[in-house]
Write a protein that binds this ligand. Structure first.
Ligand code: ADP
Ligand code: AMP
Length: 214
C-alpha cells in the first residue's frame, strides 16, 4: 500500500497515520517530523528550515523534495509507505509523481481529512506531541491515558513551538493558497478519498478503513 494522508494542519493526519502503521505495517513519512529531527540535530538543513517553520511558512520545495527522494529510497519503503504532510505544493506533487514513476510504483489512495478552519485553531492549540515518537494527542479531544505521557512509548508530551494561535493563521493561509489545489490534482488522478475529519477520532478511522477496503 502506497498511501497519503492529506489535509490542513491539525486535520488529524498524524493521528490517523498511526492506525495505518498498525494495520499495514508500513512506515509513516512525515516531512514535518523529519524537519523537526533535523532541527534537534542542528544540521544545516534543519537550521535553514527552522525560520520558515517558526513563521508558519512552507519550507522551499528543493529541500523537501530532496528529503523525500532520500527517504523513499530506503529499504523499509519497499513494502509501502504513508506520506503525511507531503506534498504541500503542486511542484512537490509533480516531483513525487516523477519519483514514483521512476521507481515503478504508484499511489493507491489519498485520504483527505476535511476539517473547516474554525475547528483547526482549537485542535492545534490543544495538541500535545510525543517528544520521542511524534504521536499526537489533544488535551480535550484525544487525551493520553496518563497526563503528559505518550500512550505508545511513555516519553514526555510537549507543545510544538509552531502550535500557537499566531502561527496557525499563516499555516492555514499556506494550506489554502498552496496545498488545497492538490485536491483537484489527486481527484483527477482517480485516487482521492474525501472524509469528514470533524467526526471523533475512532469514527474517522472506521471511515478510512472502509474506504481503503473498497
Ligand atoms: P495533523 O497531523 O494533520 O497536523 P494531528 O493528527 O496532529 O494533525 O491532529 C491535530 C490535533 O487534533 C491533535 O491534538 C489531535 O489529537 C487532534 N485530533 C485529531 N483527530 C481528531 C478528531 N477526529 N477529533 C478531534 N480532535 C482530533
Ligand atoms: P507539520 O508537522 O506537517 O505540521 O509541518 C510543520 C511545518 O514543517 C510546516 O508548517 C512547514 O513549515 C514545514 N513542512 C512540513 N512538511 C512540508 C512540506 N511538504 N513542504 C513545505 N514545508 C513543510
Amino acid at each position: 500500500m502506497n498511501l497519503m494522508v492529506f489535509g490542513a494542519p491539525g486535520a488529524g493526519k498524524g493521528t490517523q497515520a498511526k492506525f495505518l502503521i498498525e494495520k499495514y505495517d508500513i512506515p509513516q513519512i512525515s516531512t514535518g517530523d523529519i524537519l523537526r529531527a533535523a532541527i534537534a540535530d542542528k544540521t544545516d538543513m534543519g537550521m535553514e528550515a527552522k525560520n520558515f517553520m517558526d513563521a508558519g511558512k512552507l519550507v522551499p520545495d528543493s529541500t523537501i523534495i530532496g528529503i523525500i527522494k532520500d527517504r523513499l529510497a530506503q529499504d523499509d519503503c519497499k513494502k509501502g509507505f504513508i506520506l503525511d504532510g507531503f506534498p504541500r505544493t503542486l511542484g512537490q506533487a509533480e516531483a513525487l509523481s516523477e519519483l514514483m514513476s521512476n521507481m515503478n510504483i504508484s499511489l493507491d489512495k489519498v485520504i483527505s481529512l476535511n476539517v473547516p478552519d474554525e475547528l483547526i485553531v482549537g485542535r492545534i492549540t490543544g495538541r500535545r506531541v510525543c517528544s520521542s515518537c511524534g504521536a499526537s494527542f489533544h488535551v480535550d479531544f484525544n487525551p493520553s491515558k496518563k497526563e503528559d505521557i505518550c500512550d505508545y512509548c511513555e516519553s514526555e508530551l510537549i507543545i510544538r513551538k509552531d502550535d500557537n494561535a499566531e502561527t496557525v493563521k499563516s499555516r492555514l493561509g499556506a494550506y489554502h493558497d498552496q496545498t488545497a489545489p492538490l485536491i483537484d490534482f489527486y481527484t483527477k488522478m482517480g485516487v482521492m478519498v474525501e472524509l469528514d475529519g470533524t467526526k471523533d477520532v475512532s469514527e474517522v478511522t472506521a471511515d478510512m478503513f472502509t474506504a481503503l477496503s473498497k
